[in-house]
Design a protein around this ligand. Sequence first.
Ligand code: GDP
Ligand code: MG
Length: 187
Amino acid sequence: MSSSVNQKARRIAVLGSRAVGKSSLVIQFCENHFVDSYYPTIENTFTKTIKYRGNEYTVEIMDTAGQDEYSILSSHHASSVHGYVLVYSIASRSSFDMIKIIRDKILDYTGLETVPCVIVGNKSDLNIQRQVSQQEGKDLAQQWGCPTVETSAKHNENVAKIFDILIATIEKANTPPSEEKGACVIS
Ligand code: GDP
Ligand code: MG
């Protein structure tokens, strides 16, 4: 049997400091449960089908071990990746600062001015320990021209939304400007 013409493959990398909940988000999304202790250095790829605008996308989600200011972005994390989930914990200021460093590394590596990404403030259930306001997340998203969402992997809040809005963002980025209403193309 030939494969469906509507079947599209998309590759997503999940990046962020250690312990912000990257694995928990991916496992909650793909396997519908919350893991309390997942081995921190495991890198794993999960696959899930997402429907967006009548198309089925086979989404390969790369869960990375996590980055710090010294880690070098590997080609594995940057080539043939269509979009990025940049995760911080709302209870960790340093993890919020880290996603700025990671994005800079992605732009350096790819030589692009912008890449499809979504900013994710995880652990929204830990509001009492909050170090990063919702407004700061929104301000950063506005600066980068990308969407943002606060999530709780623990309570399964907004987890599916991450991937829905990222697929939408990737598709928007892949749409030639001439197809967008009102776009001005200078040739
Ligand atoms: P990773 O290193 O970024 O992959 O982080 P993990 O997914 O391994 O999670 C690190 C720790 O944070 C674990 O103890 C998780 O149970 C916990 N955790 C992950 N997501 C949440 C969340 O949304 N809320 C709370 N309260 N804890 C979380
Ligand atoms: Mg992990």
